[in-house]
Design a protein around this ligand. Sequence first.
Ligand SMILES: Cc1cc2nc3c(=O)[nH]c(=O)nc-3n(C[C@H](O)[C@H](O)[C@H](O)COP(=O)(O)O)c2cc1C
Length: 182
Amino acid sequence: MEFSELVRRRGMVRRFKDRPVEHEKLLKILANAVRAPSAGHLQPWEFVVVKDGDVKRRLAEAALKQMFIADAPVVIVTCADTERSASRYGDRGRGFYSIIDAAYASLLILLTARDLGLGACFVGAYRDDEVSRILALPRHVRPIGIIPIGYPDERPPMYERLPLEQLVHLNRYGNRVGLGGL
Ligand SMILES: Cc1cc2nc3c(=O)[nH]c(=O)nc-3n(C[C@H](O)[C@H](O)[C@H](O)COP(=O)(O)O)c2cc1C
């Protein structure tokens, strides 16, 4: 699929077929995830791949009972090793760069899944401390997204976006000149 079409046609998938994800596809997703940019090239991301049914169920519970997480054959929890970024950038690395970097990696997971004919959903609503306990994360490793992945059993709705005209400013905030004026 051409890149812009891939971007346009990605949507969060929350229903999955009872079909495993091939090992090569899982590896491709992870290999693409680490191509994300990162502040200072510190690559603070870590990935917990969850296939165990009980762990998936506990994650779904911790994610405010979003039980579709447990229905996916594989779940990747993207994490940020905040100290890896803090080692060079202090608080800015810990509280800002490491999170952004892991979010970029997560977006590549979503796009690669779509490119491989899979579906995925970024889940950010969960109790951090519970997820950390379930996955035995060290204190400095923060969960950034729970991403269930599998073959889609639905065509996700393609949500409209806010009109670009409303969102783009020329030279200073508030100066909306319309797209033709850029
Ligand atoms: C930071 C963040 C947190 C999100 N948390 C959840 C979530 O907990 N559960 C869920 O089903 N979707 C979650 N989403 C997905 C959004 O609902 C979705 O991206 C948005 O509705 C637009 O739909 P689309 O991505 O399919 O175009 C989250 C997305 C982001 C970026």
